[in-house]
Design a protein around this ligand. Structure first.
Ligand SMILES: [Fe+2]
Length: 238
């Protein structure tokens, strides 16, 4: 079984994740120790605060710095892939260069939705990102927007769209109602740590994977692995 962490804030000094490159290295070491073979570096992007150009420039600088540190210290890390966690704002779909924020080499966009009540614009925007921009939307931790069992229906309109559900490892461990329902739904799901550091928001991928295997069945975990490999183009030997 291979583990792919498709959501992390391990890039240094770019968002509320790793505060410096030492923390980044500790996070990547921790991921490696848990058997994670690929970590996607997905810093927050807010289109109302920063242009895509500026964000990508900042992300590249942070990544170069991290790579320098990795080779300087001779650390063996999981394979790294760049991406972004893009916060949904009104008219995001009208940006003509959204694909630049996708996971490298894919048409997959990790999208964070607003917390709280959603107007119909949320669904329309996601729909347009998929159809007009020809992207597949990876919904970042859908379980976090639906803390109460009776509001699960909020998520249902997305199931008819080209979406993949990225479940947080910590949500698996806390076994929320929505997480359990999503994992049993047969919808395409993948796993991410959404780790920000090595203490209160650390990487719990291994424990989450074991929990999925134990509570939901080995085939659920295997499907998650296959979706990640296939959609993210991760080769078996990575
Ligand atoms: Fe995140």
């Amino acid at each position: 079984m291979e583990l792919f962490d498709l959501h992390s804030h391990a890039l240094p000094k770019i968002d509320d994740g790793a505060r410096n490159s030492d923390v980044s290295l500790a996070m990547l070491r921790e991921a490696g120790e848990q058997g994670v073979s690929l970590v996607a570096l997905t810093p927050h992007y807010y289109s109302d605060r920063q242009s895509i150009d500026d964000f990508l420039m900042e992300r590249d600088a942070s990544f170069s710095h991290l790579k320098g540190k990795i080779s300087e210290e001779g650390v063996k890390t999981p394979k790294l892939m760049l991406g972004a966690e893009v916060y949904l704002t009104r008219a995001l779909s009208q940006r003509d260069d959204l694909e630049r924020l996708c996971y490298d080499g894919t048409n997959l966009l990790l999208l964070e939705l607003p917390y709280g009540e959603w107007g119909s614009w949320v669904y329309h925007e996601v729909e347009k990102i998929i159809s007009h921009c020809a992207l597949t939307v990876v919904l970042a931790h859908p379980e976090r927007y639906v803390p109460m069992p009776w509001s699960f229906k909020k998520l249902e309109p997305f199931f008819g769209m080209r979406t993949i559900l990225q479940i947080n490892a910590d949500s698996v461990l806390s076994a929320t109602h929505t997480t359990k329902k999503l994992l049993r739904s047969g919808r395409p799901c993948v796993l991410g740590s959404d780790s920000h550091n090595t203490d209160h928001r650390a990487n719990h991928m291994e424990e989450a994977a074991k929990t999925i295997e134990h509570r939901f069945g080995a085939e659920v975990l295997r499907d998650m692995e296959m979706i990640a490999k296939h959609k993210w183009g991760i080769s078996v030997e990575n």
